[in-house]
Design a protein around this ligand. Sequence first.
Ligand code: FE2
Ligand code: FE2
Length: 381
Amino acid sequence: MDDPELEELETLEDIEELEAIDEPAAPRKELSRDQRKLLASSCVRALARSYERAAAPCAIVDAGLTLLYRNPRFRALLANYGYIDREDLLATFARAFSQEAAHDLKRALADPERGFLWRGILSHKAKDAPAYITKFHVQPVWLSTERAALREALPDFFTVYLDDVTDENKRHLRSIFLSLLEASKMKDQDTGKHIERVNLYSARLARELYGDQRWPEVDVDFIEEIGFLAAMHDVGKIGTPDDILNKQGPLSEAEWRLMKEHTINGAFILSSYPTPMAKQIALSHHEWWNGGGYPYNLEGSMIPLAARIVAIADVYDALRMKRSYKSALPHAAAVEKIREDRGMHFDPDLVDVFLRIEEEFGRIYAENADEDESLDAEASA
Ligand SMILES: [Fe+2]
Ligand SMILES: [Fe+2]
């Protein structure tokens, strides 16, 4: 099968077709004679056949990194994340590779000391699909055992496969930040289910913004992230002195200054989180739309969207909760307060969205009430 007219192998059907035909079909695109030879080899065919039903995206590239075969998962990945199939592996994944990583990969694949192989982590991102984090493996293959035995012999081709580590990564990352949250909960009086509810309201509000051109930054990852990170808004209180946090009655000016620092402390604590949203929420959830908030008197859209969302969620919930210094407001009164502060404390457009779905805030509160709060609710019903 060293016919120079061999077609490019891209799917199992192509391979089977190739085996069946006597008269080769017109080539889909020009491949070099070496590439055609490679494709015809039983080794490449066997690999391609085994990859066809693999659950992971797999591909075969020649020594020059031209994509010779892509399995269905690989093609789906390209389609889902808007990669343009450029034949060249690195050009196809240009968006995911840093320049350094691309250079490193090229060096590794020519280096016997590194076993002619490369592994790295790539993140794939698109607006309508959740971010997908993969280990990216490129492994050498030799067409003959004699050549493989020669330590310096360059590989004839490489296999590429992508291993999904999205969940694993997220789990590790989140467990670290959850333990931080647990630590801060031991100090903050806003314990109980307040922070869980703030997550739920924030994600719900963000979901309502999805697809609206006024908020292009809201994609599926934004909704997912805010549903986890909103709870972190007061994590900086871990650095606030206990006597201020637990003080009954009004704070002095000096105490207030210290109290306000929980925003800056929170941003510092969350600065290692890989997306900026964590920091934005901690730093800016007390900023006001009209510039009257803290710590930096930001106004309007200078305040990051995630923080503007969490501001509404946090205040709504705080109004509903009973505290030693205040009684709990019923849902309608809390909604009224938010409405009154439209354009003052809160982003007016977000308040309009909130008013559209306010009943769901009431439902989230009722379904996730702390035990003593549900007793109160029953008593007052
Ligand atoms: Fe706060
Ligand atoms: Fe809060």
